[in-house]
Design a protein around this ligand. Structure first.
Ligand SMILES: Cc1cc2nc3c(=O)[nH]c(=O)nc-3n(C[C@H](O)[C@H](O)[C@H](O)COP(=O)(O)OP(=O)(O)OC[C@H]3O[C@@H](n4cnc5c(N)ncnc54)[C@H](O)[C@@H]3O)c2cc1C
Length: 504
């Protein structure tokens, strides 16, 4: 009996002999009858899935089905996001006087650099070459983008949208998908990918809606756009080893469903140990088993001058770095908490200039917390009292602050060379913010090729299986910068939809 390489692999991992007939594998059990047939089927109605659906239709697919497990398309990470998107050569840039046409290679280099040299260059290239198509499509459908600076880019390549939320993209794409005849089914969870007997081609999916099973055949392809896995804290503990026990800020629907279903049929994954982990997480509940959290924008407040110390009371990082770099420094030190110290003047400056202090909190909640000091803030008139309230070694914190004050006066941070030294810590009152790691955007996921075709463990494409968005791994490499995730989800969704529509 001849046996395919994938069949061998599956038999091996299942711990059974290689003579097992392929037809006994659960996922190749085809239904006696398909309930529906379409050209392209998409799993998940986030940025990637909705754009894939619209793009598949625009690229000639006659029937496109989009299955979403939630009751609404607004219950995903895209909708929770601030909607910052990175792109190059967009109409919005041109209209705002940023001449950025013809710079895709430079943009790709910048994205790769932020990925610490381990981003997949093929995926970054797709992102760079198609990002303007995705954003221009949204511009043509009413979204107003404003180019913004970001330290990662030479030009203003980060774009904010006029409603300041990723829900704006969902709204625009969802309305268009309905208008052009995409068959959107909410409350419909895909639970299995159905393959041919050799398990090297995906034929369709099994889904469950209100307790009823349904089998849908997709002749051109299935696109996995189920988002990331950081909504499942067990997956954080399993894969993001450096941050086991971290809080999560992901959508609860980001459970890695697509990753689990595809690996079950032999798909490969990549970059699984990387996620965007912020240093200044705040638990939502006192119950330690509830790991939902908020993100305090301590990394932004740092730009107004505060300092951050570890449990030993010493500075350990250049405070100007982004939140994910600070969390990486924490992990190298083995810290599970950080302690940020601000003068009242620095805090007021931050509050005046940055209206979003805690993602998920309104202004009143934040002000109430400052007054009541219940969740993560403590206030004191002296540094010693503040250190005591935060449970830090008082003498160490005092010595750290004294040394830092000298740096400010001399205009040079001799320990970490930070630039944003705004004021000494000689005049109270002082505020202390206690943060802990919080993960929310997985950077690892399914391994795909340059056509966004999902690969098996031998790097062979699984026919008719595509993936895009946070469900894939490799595009960010080992580090995340704001704007790359929604940006690449929209863009690669658009490309995956086109590729699936054209797939034979
Ligand atoms: C609070 C927050 C702020 C963020 N801010 C930014 C930002 O400003 N800029 C940036 O670039 N990135 C940001 N991100 C990350 C970014 O939002 C996501 O990485 C990106 O939007 C993912 O898009 P997606 O389409 O892949 O997944 P999602 O938007 O998560 O959509 C996936 C969809 O698939 C559905 N689904 C899952 N499993 C199944 C199944 N089995 N069957 C059917 N449907 C299923 C889910 O319900 C969901 O609707 C932020 C993330 C969060 C949580």
């Amino acid at each position: 009996m001849s046996i395919s390489r994938r069949t061998f692999f599956k038999s091996f991992v299942l711990g059974v002999t290689t003579t097992v007939a392929t037809s006994t594998l659960a996922n190749v059990t085809q239904p006696a009858k398909w309930d529906q047939t379409c050209d392209v089927l998409i799993v998940g109605a986030g940025a990637a899935g909705l754009f894939a659906a619209v793009s598949a239709k625009e690229n000639g697919a006659k029937s496109v089905v989009l299955l979403e497990k939630a009751a609404s398309p607004f219950l995903n990470s895209t909708s929770l996001s601030a909607g910052s998107v990175n792109a190059t050569g967009t109409k919005a840039q041109f209209q705002n006087g940023v001449e950025d046409r013809g710079n895709t290679a430079e943009f790709a280099k910048e994205v790769e650099k932020t990925g610490k040299g381990i981003a997949d260059p093929r995926l970054v290239k797709i992102f760079a070459e198609n990002s303007s198509k995705a954003l221009d499509w949204l511009t043509d459908h009413g979204v107003v983008f404003t180019p913004q600076p970001n330290a990662a880019f030479r030009l203003k390549r980060m774009h904010g949208c006029d409603k300041h939320t990723g829900a704006q993209y969902i709204d625009t794409l969802f309305k268009n998908a309905k208008e052009i005849g995409v068959d959107v089914k909410l409350n419909t969870k895909v639970v299995e990918l159905i393959t041919n007997k050799e398990a090297d081609e995906v034929l369709g999916v099994k889904a469950v809606s209100k307790g009823k099973e349904t089998y849908i055949r997709a002749t051109n392809g299935v696109i996995i756009a189920t988002g990331g896995f950081c909504g499942d804290v067990n997956m954080i503990d399993k894969y993001i080893m450096d941050f086991r026990g971290a809080l999560t800020f992901s959508s609860a629907n980001s459970q890695g469903d697509g990753l689990k279903m595809a690996t079950k049929i032999g798909a490969a994954s990549t970059h699984m140990n990387y996620a965007a982990v912020y240093a200044y997480g705040v638990p939502m509940s006192k119950d330690k088993n509830n790991r939902k959290g908020w993100i305090f924008r301590g990394h932004v407040m740092n730009l107004y001058g505060p300092i951050t110390v570890g449990p030993d009371g010493k500075r350990f990082v250049n405070d100007d770095l982004g939140a994910t770099s600070i969390s990486q420094a924490m992990s190298h030190k083995g810290f599970n908490k950080v302690f940020q110290i601000a003068t009242e003047a620095q805090l007021l400056d931050f509050m005046k200039n940055d209206p979003i202090q805690v993602i998920g909190w309104d202004q009143n909640t934040f002000k109430k917390e400052l007054e009541e000091q219940k969740v993560f803030v403590v206030k004191a008139d002296t540094i010693a009292e503040l250190a005591k309230k935060m449970g830090l070694p008082v003498a160490e914190v005092e010595a750290t602050v004294k040394r830092y004050n000298e740096f400010v006066k001399n205009g040079k941070d001799e320990d970490f060379d930070r630039k944003y030294m705004k004021g000494t810590f000689e005049k109270g009152p002082y505020y202390g913010f206690i943060g802990q790691p919080i993960a929310g955007i997985s950077l690892g996921g399914l391994k795909v090729d340059k056509n966004l075709n999902v690969l098996d463990v031998y790097d062979k494409p699984i026919k008719h299986l595509f993936a895009a968005g946070e469900a894939i791994g490799g595009i960010h490499g080992g580090s995340y910068i704001g704007g790359n995730s929604v940006g690449s989800s929209l863009t690669l969704g658009l490309v995956a939809g086109k590729n699936a529509a054209k797939s034979k």
